[in-house]
Design a protein around this ligand. Structure first.
Ligand SMILES: NC(=O)c1ccc[n+]([C@@H]2O[C@H](COP(=O)([O-])OP(=O)(O)OC[C@H]3O[C@@H](n4cnc5c(N)ncnc54)[C@H](OP(=O)(O)O)[C@@H]3O)[C@@H](O)[C@H]2O)c1
Length: 333
């Protein structure tokens, strides 16, 4: 698989793998052996970039912290040194006070993650969400120190705007930003992606298939329950799915002419559009994981891409997703 750079130090397959669904967010979770086998199949198919988070566990409950990291760590163990492993942390407001400093809090979290992942370093360590009560500059300083100590190879921020990036770049430059991005969520095209391009920052696109909508395989009558995030994704509301049909029709027209799937087209589109974008589609299904990685082999000609862009510019998207965590201010560039 072709590779892309995230910042100065990390080189990853141009399509990564989002592992969250094996623990949280997309309905019933498969058994651990299946998940491990699926992650290893992705590696065999050329994927070298795997995304998890300390938080990913059933219902995001505190007692389930690390559920996903344990699965991912086990799966990657035989080829740990050959992959780029990304995880994320959340910091509650009172933690740095209890630990004595922001650095101590970061250190405590990263050590717990490394323990669960069965590794002695993390390639890419993200702050999952900026906590407005903890200056992002303090986070940058602490992350810079973890890099100097060889504990992490690079750091990143998730769901941030340009303002936050400007505040940290002179302290410890980020390797990657991980924000929501798909044909249906293009707000970051205005500010964050151009800023990242200019400053050699990778842009890791989460929910690149719009939580499955763009594949055309979501059944509008399906009910999502429990900790399934799809019950809150506006694009998956029945009325929005109906209203967004012109987008699916456009994708189906092009993908069937090219003999590819809608999911592959939606990934190939962003790879063609920006050299620093790395999508991390998520699936619990081995065949679909391989299908998504196959988007790396899809070539869009410049004229195919231009006509897709023209058509997209004339399609209204109903139900912008923004941030499920309700921090919508991070989307304003
Ligand atoms: N930083 C953050 O705050 C944040 C937030 C959300 C996610 N993430 C990361 O980003 C990753 C990807 O995000 P996501 O899972 O929300 O987005 P996604 O890839 O856009 O959507 C996942 C959904 O799409 C379906 N799907 C995937 N490929 C498909 C295909 N080829 N055909 C049909 N359906 C397909 C999956 O169903 P099946 O499982 O049934 O195949 C699942 O329901 C996560 O795993 C996680 O690592 C990060």
């Amino acid at each position: 698989m072709k590779t892309r750079s995230l910042g100065k130090t990390l080189n990853v397959s141009e399509i990564g793998m989002g592992c969250m669904g094996f623990s949280h967010g997309y309905g019933e979770i498969p058994n651990q052996d299946y998940a491990i086998d699926a992650i290893r199949a992705a590696y065999d198919c050329g994927c070298t970039f795997f995304d998890t988070a300390e938080r990913y566990g059933p219902y995001l409950l505190p007692e389930n912290i690390g559920h996903n990291e344990r699965i991912v760590g086990k799966a990657l163990k035989p080829f740990r040194k050959d992959v780029v492993l990304a995880t994320k942390l959340h910091i509650a407001t009172d933690e740095p006070k209890q630990d004595g400093s922001v650095y101590n809090t970061l250190r405590r979290h990263v050590e717990a993650s490394m323990d669960r992942l069965g590794t002695d370093y993390i390639d890419l360590y993200y702050l999952h969400r900026v906590n407005p009560d903890i200056p992002v500059e303090d986070i940058a300083q602490g992350m810079g120190r973890l890099i100097d100590e060889g504990i992490i190879r690079g750091w990143g921020l998730s769901m941030v705007n340009v303002e936050y990036l400007k505040r940290v770049q002179d302290i410890a430059p980020v390797s990657a930003v991980q924000n929501i991005y798909s044909m249906m969520d293009r707000a970051y095209e205005k500010g964050v992606i151009p800023y990242c391009l200019e400053h050699n920052i990778g842009f890791v696109a989460f929910s690149p298939i719009a939580s499955g909508y763009l594949s055309g395989k979501v059944n509008p009558d399906q009910k999502f329950e429990g900790d399934d995030v799809r019950q809150w994704v506006p694009q998956l509301k029945k009325e929005n799915m109906e209203a967004n049909k012109p987008l699916l029709e456009l994708l189906s027209r092009i993908s069937s002419a090219k003999g590819i799937t809608n999911a592959q087209l939606s990934l190939a589109w962003m790879l063609h559009k920006y050299p620093n974008v790395v999508p991390i589609p998520g699936s619990k299904n081995k065949e679909r994981i391989l299908e998504n990685l196959g988007a790396s082999q899809v070539e869009l000609t410049d004229s195919e891409f231009a006509s897709l862009e023209d058509a997209l510019a004339n399609i209204t998207i109903h139900g912008q997703r923004k941030d499920l965590g309700s921090r919508t201010e991070f989307i304003d560039d």
